[in-house]
Write a protein that binds this ligand. Structure first.
Ligand SMILES: [Zn+2]
Length: 646
């Protein structure tokens, strides 16, 4: 492997080797121990859980600078994207935990995927769900202070709902007739929904039975192929539940149930509290699930474990009690659906969410309200005011990162242009105030990134310019060359200075040859000259120019910057036209990421209408799974167009 450095380390009886191309030796040194430790911890955990020794003796991993996957498993060796493992000093908590999860995921594949492989692509999801499900368990001892139930919820539900609420939603398990379409199987349903399904399965049969079933499955099918029904058959034998029936709706059906709470009060007391589920597609499907209802009264939380089937549940325990502040039917964090809250609870959460004392309940409430915004059950103005409060008051760092993510996407995508102009100054000031006050490095990084993401006023941009010039420093923050590159791109797109000069100077600062090549590639997409941006987009019709997929995605993000969407609209339909070819020439995640980077910033109703017209005109023989992927991506445009243009 030309141009690679090798680092070696011993952990217990094992030797690990890391191959990389990072030229910043301090950065390598800073990350090395954590990277080796996390691999060693994951291996030990997996040997214990599975009771099967690591099957491949040697353990090597290779860090590739531009790599389209976070990681890719091979027996005895793993490929990673370099920047996922070698973190900057300005890393956020999400990046730090994300690295541990990625290492745990890829290490799990040595058992799930390499030792036992799937019989056919129908079950390609099984290795991914096992890897993600195990990863969530594996990382726990490495982060003893983290709320892992909240972590599981935040890492899975929001992303899974992003697909399952759309008309293009796919099932977890999909029949595959044509190998060329294998790539379209991958996505949030496999990586984020399936682990929730697995969690429900584990709750249903019990943790020990589940673990014993996994051991039996790995032993029986070691060095051979297995299917999902093989695992279900093993677990079915070990438990009393009818799992084949259960599996049908969770695994073979797309979508999610609508779970509604109805609260009836008389004289300030509860007379009836009813939880029921319905099938939004009107097909009468039922998602049986284990739930934990959380009820808040006078600020005190109570929880009630229940099992919801097709029949409505009447929660008699709470009849006669004082009217609650709110009822959150998905209080456990493992429930799945569109949770349609009763109006009183929704209103209470809009007014007081940050005051809830329990971190997990708050985190669940944030995601549930976002769902309600997208379903137009909550007004976006109220939501935005709540986010600004949350940005200051949310104490849990995991939820804070979620809140800041919502803040950025709501600011750019869902506020009307007038409303955005009204909110810009106060939003920047609130976030900047937090950057200055933060005492924890990772929190400070999250605030800084959130501030940089929304900065758009002359005052804010002038400040960013001084930071980029290294005239101003920001508390104790240590910025990497990557951070300065991000600042330069924001200044090039939004700043008042000479964009080309800023980009020239930033290029001079970059020493690493891989990073220089990336910068040169994306640079035309940042140009202030629309003709240069158009020429860049034209160039993408040549597959050669799409070979470095992460670079292409970054460039698309610049082309479609929220302030440039009136120009970049012209690229949208041509980009949709290209998806079929991209699926043939690109890697598995590329078509949907191409769509996401293209559509993510748009909210013009006229564009939404044009896209719909294009979709309606697709021929009947257009690959149906690809059509689904497109519908998954255009759903956000439709919702943003409706919400942002009332
Ligand atoms: Zn994987």
């Amino acid at each position: 492997m030309g141009g690679f450095q090798i680092e070696e380390a011993e952990r217990g009886v094992r030797t690990f080797r890391m191959f990389h191309r990072e030229t910043d030796t301090a950065k390598v040194a800073r990350n090395l121990d954590a990277v080796f430790d996390l691999h060693a911890t994951a291996l030990d955990w997996l040997e214990d859980y599975t009771q099967i020794e690591y099957p491949y003796g040697k353990f090597d991993f290779v860090l590739l600078p531009p790599f389209q996957y976070g990681g890719m498993e091979h027996p005895g060796s793993i490929f990673y994207r370099q920047q996922s493992l070698l973190l900057d000093e300005s890393a956020t908590q999400n990046q730090i935990i994300g690295r541990a999860s990625l290492i745990a995921h890829e290490t799990s594949h040595q058992w799930f995927g390499d030792l036992v492989t799937m019989a056919w692509f129908d079950d390609v999801w099984t290795k991914e769900v096992f890897a993600n499900f195990m990863a969530a368990k594996i990382v726990q001892p490495s982060f003893p202070d983290l709320n892992h139930d909240l972590r599981f919820f935040l890492a899975h539900h929001n992303t899974a709902y992003g697909v399952d609420r759309t008309p293009g939603a796919n099932a977890v398990r999909q029949p595959l007739e044509n190998l060329r379409e294998a790539g379209t199987l991958y996505g949030a349903i496999i990586y984020q929904k399936a682990p929730i399904v697995m969690r429900q399965l584990e709750l249903l049969v019990g943790e020990e039975t589940f673990r014993d079933g996994m051991r039996e499955y790995l032993t029986e099918f070691a060095h051979s192929n297995a299917t999902w029904p093989d695992l279900i058959a093993i677990l079915d034998d070990l438990s009393d539940e009818d799992l084949a029936d259960w599996s049908r709706v969770w695994v073979e059906e797309p979508g999610r149930p609508t779970v509604s709470t109805e609260l009836t009060l008389a004289d300030g007391r509860v007379t009836e509290l009813r939880i029921s589920q319905s099938d939004p597609a009107g097909e009468g499907r039922v998602w049986p699930q284990t739930m934990e209802i959380t009820l808040s009264a006078g600020g005190t939380l109570s929880t009630l474990p229940v099992h919801l089937d097709g029949e409505p549940l009447l929660l008699g325990d709470w009849v006669g009690r004082d009217a609650p502040d709110f009822v959150l039917p998905n209080g456990g964090g493992f429930e799945y659906g569109h949770f349609h809250l009763d109006a009183g609870s929704r209103q209470h959460l809009i007014e007081t969410l940050p005051e809830i004392t329990d971190a997990k309940t708050r985190g669940i409430a944030w995601v549930t309200l976002w769902d309600a915004v997208l379903e137009r059950e909550v007004a976006v103005g109220d939501w935005y005011a709540l986010l600004l409060r949350g940005a200051v008051e949310e104490e849990d760092e995991q939820s804070l990162q979620r809140v800041l993510g919502y803040l950025g996407s709501t600011f750019w995508g869902y506020l009307s242009e007038d409303e955005r102009a009204v909110q810009a100054t106060s939003t920047e000031e609130i976030l900047w105030g937090q950057v200055e006050q933060a005492t924890v490095t990772t929190r400070q990084s999250s605030y800084f990134n959130a501030w940089r993401n929304v900065v758009s006023t002359p005052t804010g941009l002038a400040r960013l310019h001084r930071i980029w010039e290294q005239v101003d420093s920001v508390g104790g923050m240590k910025f990497s060359v990557e951070d300065y590159t991000s600042m330069a791109t924001t200044l090039a797109i939004l700043g008042e200075g000479d964009a080309e000069e800023i980009l020239d100077r930033q290029f001079e600062r970059i020493e690493n040859p891989d990073r220089r090549a990336r910068f040169l590639f994306v640079r035309p997409a940042l140009s202030a000259d629309p003709a240069v941006r158009e020429a860049f987009f034209e160039g993408l019709s040549d597959p050669e120019n799409r070979a470095r997929e992460p670079w292409v995605l970054a460039a698309l993000g610049y082309l479609h910057h929220p302030t440039r969407t009136s120009h970049s609209q012209r690229f949208v339909i041509p980009s949709l036209e290209m998806v079929e070819e991209i699926q043939r020439t690109g890697d598995i995640f590329f078509p949907q990421r191409w769509l996401g980077s293209t559509l993510g910033s748009h909210n013009d109703p006229a564009l939404a209408a044009a896209v719909k017209e294009w979709l309606d005109a697709l021929p009947d023989d257009y690959p149906h799974r690809l059509r689904g992927k497109i519908l998954q991506s255009t759903d956000g445009l439709d919702r943003a167009a409706r919400i942002g243009n009332p």
